[in-house]
Design a protein around this ligand. Structure first.
Ligand code: ADP
Ligand code: MG
Length: 332
């Protein structure tokens, strides 16, 4: 029983909350904020609309980050431990969840780069092992998967591989050579992601982006021998569609299909995460969306998961901010 408790503690999903600063544009527009991080774990809602009446409401998580905390801090004091479990052969996933413009991409890009830098550093310090670091990048839009490293926009299929589990058929996996190579690949992804966007952020607010690092290693002294074993694990950096899409189930017209699909992916993820965090026995519906199907090996089981919930401080966004915090509370 004690063993069970220990593993349950390890499986706990790490929930981080990051409040971004007001943007220059918001400041010019006289936006104000009612949110305040009162310590490292608690964010407070203080309604100052009416003189003399305040309605404080506190939300507590593993860690909350203020507008003046750098992404480096979010990484070092939060996501790093989960991301780097990959070098010990443990799969992991790091999600950015929040409404459009709350800072998901800003946060995930930084975290991805810090992780790769640390992995390269780890590789250099462990010359007794031979490492191969692979990078792939896909986008899920309308429940359709596209390779962000390929100029070909033909949708890719998910296949059930008896050994590897669910894999994206024909997805390009680049062997990462060095830091410059990573930067090059990230700019290819960025360019691919822009294609088809009508207005800025239009498509990225509806699609999920998954950057995936796979690290394979084997002890050099056994290389080429029959008894050599390869340790392999994957870390996923998931920049989710804007969470406002989850509450737009009643979209109309041409947007209906997109709205429904995004709704389904986000809702399925929410359900999966809720079940995992409750450590409830029973069926987990990974197969209900492409996103959860693909991430299944890196969710639950002995995999590590961190969710970074990004928040806009603006008073005009308070409703979505509350929705994000409610999601974050469910994941705890
Ligand atoms: P999302 O991906 O959630 O739509 P972005 O990451 O694109 O949001 O962020 C929206 C804007 O806010 C961008 O211009 C970004 O540079 C800026 N931004 C986001 N988070 C921060 C932060 N913590 N500090 C400073 N600027 C930020
Ligand atoms: Mg974004």
């Amino acid at each position: 029983e004690r063993m069970q408790m220990a593993s349950a503690l390890e499986e706990k999903i790490l929930v981080l909350v990051r409040l971004r600063p007001l943007s220059d544009k918001e400041i010019v527009a006289n936006e104000v904020t009612d949110w305040e991080c009162i310590n490292d774990t608690t964010i407070l809602y203080r309604n100052t609309l009416r003189e003399g009446s305040t309605f404080p409401s506190a939300y507590t998580f593993d860690r909350v980050f203020r507008g003046d905390n750098a992404t480096r801090e979010v990484y070092e004091e939060g996501a790093k431990e989960v991301a780097l479990s990959v070098v010990s052969g443990i799969n992991s996933s790091i999600f950015a969840y929040g409404q459009t413009s709350s800072g998901k991409t800003y946060t995930m890009m930084g975290i991805t780069e810090y992780t790769v830098a640390d992995i390269f550093d780890y590789i250099h310090r462990h010359e007794e092992r031979a490492f191969v670091l692979k990078f792939s990048a896909i986008e899920i839009y309308n429940e359709s998967i596209r390779d962000l490293l390929s100029m070909d926009s033909t949708p890719l299929r998910l296949l059930d591989d008896p050994e590897k589990g669910t894999v994206v058929e024909k997805a390009i996996e680049e062997t990462l050579k060095d830091w410059d190579h990573l930067k090059e690949l990230l700019s290819v992804c960025e360019a691919q992601r822009r294609i088809g966007e009508t207005t800025s952020n239009e498509k990225s607010s509806r699609s999920h982006q998954i950057l995936r690092l796979t690290i394979e290693s084997s002890a050099r002294e056994f290389l080429g021998r029959e008894n050599s074993t390869t340790l392999s694990a994957t870390v996923n950096f998931v920049d989710l569609a804007g969470s406002e899409r989850a509450s737009q189930a009643l979209a109309t017209g041409a947007r209906l299909k997109e709205g429904c699909h995004i709704n389904r992916s986000l809702l399925t993820l929410g359900t999966v995460i809720r079940k995992l965090s409750n450590r409830r026995q029973g069926h987990i519906n990974y197969r209900d969306s492409k996103l959860t199907r693909l991430l299944q090996p890196a969710l639950g089981g002995n995999a590590r998961t961190a969710i970074i919930c990004t928040l806009s401080p603006a008073r005009s966004h308070v409703e979505q901010t509350r929705n994000t915090l409610l999601f974050a509370c469910c994941a705890k």
